[in-house]
Design a protein around this ligand. Structure first.
Ligand code: FES
Length: 620
């Protein structure tokens, strides 16, 4: 007899034989779960959470390893669980091995394959006799008409025309014509295929995906930090820099970042940049404008209007992108001044409009975009959550990369912290999900109160020159200790207050309570790696059942990939952009009191503060 195990957030379904340990079943299905002790139940690395189904009771050893206080959340060790029926489990990112983590980055697949760029095999006659007439272009057009792709190929890019005579003769007329619609973009040798690039141009990180546009296969994925970062961590600072005359430099840096990422992927795959004929770029509105060289002054002033809300197609060479010289860049439309085409791509990839019940999508970062779908209507807003979720502005903060503490548990007896570190290396700093996890642990153990105050006299709490702090370790690589300070907690409170206020405003506008939500989708790097139980524990999310929370990875990147692979996807996303309604939070009359209430760390405290401010569901 077999039991079916649904594995979130990967979305797989795994068969587990009667009597078989869950860890073994996951391994057999190719899901890499950390298991330093080899399944003996002593390392505590194979933590999973049972969301539903009969997994039996935790063993005494298991309870000991899991520090008892977390067992109530369904936390278990996969090596000790022997399913007794069908299960749904959640594997936190900290328990997944490296390769498996990457899969989270591509959780949402594309729907269609009808790319804008297509290649046609041609036999073009090359006359060599004196008296032969007609140009190379004429004979190329005739060959295209014979191949039948178009009634009349209309235009040829000037760069493609420049390369035409040479390529035709080098390949003795056996070539492939690369067309985009009715325009000829290039002529390439028969053995090569056209490539396309999908880009999520984030303020912090640039994610790139290289595709073969003939097979639809993804050849490589790559991420790098946005080289604009030295000009300011957040969008507002970068807009300021642009207004001070650095706009040209910021444009060039964005193009250089994309080109650098592409070069790494081409080197890895042995392909050539001359074969990259199209790119689809999504990004927040400031990134979109800076990349296109559009003015950004109006983004900095109320009512924060974008220069365009239309899709655009621009020659890659005009943007400084080093692809094929004839390549075209497609940019989907931004939605508003602070809700960009990246959010459109995420809403599209998550198929929000098709969800049956009320559904919330959160793309969490320096700027958190929130979308709420109710009965096929999508309304969105943008929350200035600041850099704390990405480790910025924290005393020991760092980005979520190797050496970052990403999860913290406290021993209920001694208060000793147990750290989970990305890459299993000595800890170098704490990323956003690590601080959030630490805060949840401090709250659960009573070391911090619902107002976010560390309580002097509680085990582990110390006082320094800057006030109270809770040390996590004394010996990092650099010889400094890691700690969560009172200031760090305040930064997380501000970030979470801004994001939660946006969620609450959207719910109130629709006349909904959190209990009406049927699904909460968390996207973006932070949204992927944060433990949803921690997010609920500190009231970052409204009170919803753990089982309705899904983590989907880089949804904006998934949307960009869909649009690279499909013209239909572009038209659907463009139509979606016209239907999405935008709520400007800065003009929302109850934002201040909502933000103040949402800074509290428990639902009870949030509700009490809302009661004091007479904030609730919008009447009527
Ligand atoms: Fe070590 Fe499960 S593999 S505790």
């Amino acid at each position: 007899m077999e039991h079916r195990v649904t594995v979130k957030p990967l979305g797989n379904e795994v068969a587990c034989r009667e009597g078989q340990a869950l860890l073994e079943a996951l391994r057999e299905a190719g899901i890499g779960v950390e298991s330093v002790c080899g399944g003996r139940g002593t390392c505590g690395k194979c933590r999973i959470r049972v969301l539903s189904g009969d997994a039996g009771s935790p063993t005494a050893d298991e309870l000991e390893r899991l520090r008892r206080e977390r067992a109530g959340d369904g936390l278990r060790l996969a090596c000790q669980v022997v399913p007794r029926g069908d299960l749904t489990i959640f594997i936190p990112a900290s328990s997944l091995t490296g390769n498996q983590r990457l899969q989270l980055e591509s959780g949402l697949g594309s729907r269609d394959f009808d790319p804008a760029v297509r290649a046609y095999d041609l036999e073009v006659e090359i006359p060599g006799e004196p008296g032969d007439a007609g140009s190379d272009l004429l004979r190329l057009r005739e060959a295209l008409l014979r191949a039948g792709p178009l009634a009349e190929p209309r235009a040829i890019d000037i760069e493609a025309l420049r390369a035409l005579p040479g390529t035709l003769r080098e390949e003795e007329g056996s070539v492939r014509a690369v067309l985009r619609g009715e325009a000829i973009l290039g002529i390439i040798p028969r053995k090569r295929t056209p490539l396309g690039l999908a880009v999520d141009l984030g303020s912090t990180k640039i994610a790139l995906f290289l595709y073969d546009l003939e097979s639809g296969e993804m050849l490589s994925a790559h991420g790098l930090l946005n080289p604009q970062i030295p000009y300011g961590e957040d969008i507002v600072t970068r807009i300021q820099q642009a207004l001070e005359g650095k706009d040209g430099r910021l444009q060039a840096l964005a193009a250089e970042g994309i080109t650098e990422g592409l070069s790494a992927m081409l080197a890895e795959t042995g392909r050539e940049k001359a074969d990259v004929f199209e790119a689809v770029v999504v990004g927040n509105t400031a990134m979109h404008h800076l990349f296109l060289g559009l003015p950004v002054e109006q983004l900095a002033r109320s009512p924060y209007l974008p220069a365009t809300d239309q899709p655009h197609e621009v020659a890659a060479r005009d943007l400084g992108l080093r692809l094929n010289p004839s390549a075209v860049v497609y940019l989907p439309p931004p939605i508003a001044g602070y809700v960009g085409s990246d959010h459109l791509a995420a809403v599209y990839a998550a198929r929000m409009e098709e969800r049956t019940g009320p559904c919330l999508l959160l793309d969490i970062g320096t700027n958190t975009e929130v979308a709420l779908q109710v009965e096929g209507r999508v309304r969105c807003c943008s929350c200035a959550s600041g850099p704390a979720f990405e480790g910025g502005g924290l005393s020991c903060g760092m980005r979520a990369s190797e050496g970052a503490v990403e999860a913290v548990l406290l021993d209920p007896d001694t208060g000793e912290p147990e750290l989970s570190v990305i890459g299993g290396t000595p800890p170098r700093g704490i990323c956003g999900s690590g601080v959030l996890s630490a805060l949840a642990a401090l709250l659960r153990s009573g070391t911090a109160d619902p107002g976010g105050r560390l309580l002097e006299g509680m085990p582990g709490v110390e006082r320094g020159t800057e006030g109270l702090f809770f040390p996590l370790t004394q010996d990092t690589d650099e010889g400094t200790s890691l700690a969560v300070t009172q200031g760090d907690i305040r930064e997380i409170q501000k970030a979470k207050g801004a994001m939660r206020a946006g969620i609450d405003a959207l719910l109130a506008e629709e006349g909904l309570d959190p209990g009406d939500l049927e699904e909460v989708i968390m996207a973006g790097a932070f949204g992927t790696y944060v433990d949803p139980a921690d997010a609920l524990a500190i009231a970052l999310l409204p009170p919803v059942p753990l089982r309705i929370i899904t983590q989907v990875g880089n949804a904006a990147g998934s949307g960009a990939r869909s649009m690279l692979l499909s013209i239909k996807a572009r038209r659907e996303a463009e139509a979606l952009a016209e239907r999405i309604e935008y709520l400007e939070l800065s003009a929302y009359p109850r934002l201040g009191p909502l933000f103040a209430a949402d800074m509290y760390l428990t639902e009870e405290a949030v509700a009490a503060a809302k009661g004091r401010f007479a904030l609730g569901r919008k009447e009527g």
